[in-house]
Design a protein around this ligand. Structure first.
Ligand code: ADP
Ligand code: ASP
Ligand code: MG
Length: 415
């Protein structure tokens, strides 16, 4: 079995869906499981629906219409006979409205997952209808029945035993399967999501449980590059990355692969290919067991929208190991991830992704026991395999808040 993951960018227009089919034809003769994200920026649009309905704003219908119209246009451009699919779309949009109307006291994160998950259901159903129209035999799978998670909504933690047992039940009668990225399900049938950009992780979970031959994520870039081409001109391409190098890069924010993707693949020695969806025969980048050798190409990873918090005791005592452990317990309780930390005698500094709502809650909790100072609107720049001038060039004209160097990794927090 080959596992192919197609992200939102690859299926954002009718041409993208047609191109997906071309790629499948290129690999004819293989058994393929296709994992698809929501089309284009649908997840963002559904987040707007969630916010509008949860906070009772009066633009709810307008926000729903954005989602409906985008899919209706795509359907009209894709199908020879779009009517039945447009009807299906209207049914799903009504389902969203019903979920919002019947909402009873779910917490924000739970409500979020019940609504945002429609993005992947819509994309995979639309593509499955397209397979049907062009006569491509396939089976549509509901990933919520296979990827089993706990009820940490918006960041579902995979129950591996239950997930393996469910995925092993998938019959092998079809050459082509299609399922959703990003979605999981709890044991009591609620929808969860695996964290933003989590479709890569879904592909890797399926691959691990199916003992797949490989995973390919089809991208709008030629492979894993030494920097995000949206931020830097002409970054180089890696031909190969070790699992460890890929984890280090993605953990610090190289958004080309979701950081959780690597572990399940490493555990079963399954190679991961990152390839351009516009040139399927190009080599792309392979992530596998071999050691990483392209260390002469430093990778630059920029994580925007960071907050740097300095935490000190209320009574002028030292920041001790006991305090630090308490700080981390609070950060973990809020489901936040510390991107960098540093301590001095009187304060402990952490750099986190900034999320308005989560940050306010964290601040309130920390302030019960500590004094805090913080700066927002910062960037965390990480350079793997840095050379002496890489950092200098990157931080020129910037105000540096924290700088840390280790043998292979340099990190700076700047504004
Ligand atoms: P998908 O739709 O498949 O989820 P994403 O937009 O999330 O795709 O990821 C692809 C984008 O990741 C690229 O267009 C590129 O701008 C960005 N990117 C960030 N870091 C890198 C990197 N190191 N190499 C390649 N692309 C990168
Ligand atoms: N659709 C989800 C998101 O935009 C998951 C993904 O694309 O990987 O975050
Ligand atoms: Mg993505």
């Amino acid at each position: 079995m080959l596992v192919f993951k197609f992200g939102g960018a690859s299926v954002k227009e009718p041409e993208g869906v047609k191109n997906l089919v071309k790629i499948l034809e290129h690999f004819e003769g293989n058994n393929i499981l296709v994992v698809v994200s929501a089309m284009g920026k649908t997840t963002n649009a559904l987040e707007e629906v969630v916010k509008s309905s949860f906070f009772k704003k009066d633009d709810l219908e307008a926000k729903i219409e954005v989602v409906r119209k985008y899919h209706a246009d795509l359907i009209s451009g894709l199908f020879k006979n779009p009517e039945p699919i447009l009807h299906f779309l209207d049914e799903k949009i009504n389902e969203i409205r019903l979920k919002i109307e019947n909402y009873i006291g779910e917490k924000f994160d739970e409500f979020y997952d019940q609504i945002v998950s429609f993005g992947e259901i819509l994309s995979t159903k639309i593509i499955a209808y397209y397979f049907e129209e062009i006569g491509l035999t396939h089976k549509w799978l509901d990933s919520r029945k296979y990827i089993k998670t706990d009820s940490t909504f918006r960041e579902g933690k995979v129950n591996w035993d239950a997930t393996k047992s469910s995925i092993e039940l998938i019959d092998e009668d079809f050459q082509l399967y299609i399922t959703q990225g990003f979605l999981g399900g709890t044991s009591d049938g609620k929808t969860t999501t695996l964290g933003r950009e989590g479709s890569d992780y879904s592909a890797s979970i399926f691959a691990h449980c199916l003992a797949a031959e490989s995973v390919t994520i089809w991208k709008d870039v030629p492979g894993v590059l030494s920097a995000d081409p949206r931020l830097f001109e002409n970054p180089g391409k890696y031909e190969q990355l070790s699992y460890q190098e890929a984890i280090e890069m993605t953990y610090y924010g190289a958004t080309v692969i979701h950081p959780k993707t690597i572990k399940p693949l490493q555990n079963s020695a399954i190679p991961l290919f990152v390839k351009p969806f516009l040139n399927p025969s190009e080599s792309g980048t392979v992530v596998d067991e071999r050691p990483f050798t392209q260390t002469d190409l430093p990778s630059i990873i920029v994580k925007k929208n960071q907050v740097l918090i300095s935490i000190s005791t209320l009574d002028f005592s030292f920041v001790t190991e006991a305090n630090i452990s308490n700080i981390f317990e609070i950060i973990a309780r809020h489901n936040l991830k510390c991107n960098l930390s540093q301590n001095s005698a009187m304060s402990y500094t952490v750099c986190l992704d900034f999320d308005n709502m989560k940050f306010d809650e964290l601040k309130t909790d920390l302030q019960k026991r500590f004094k805090i100072l913080y700066n927002t609107d910062l960037e965390l720049i990480t350079v793997r395999h840095y050379q002496s001038d890489t950092l200098k060039n990157l931080t020129k004209d910037r105000k540096i808040f924290v700088e840390q160097l280790s043998r292979n990794t340099a990190q700076v927090v700047v504004r």
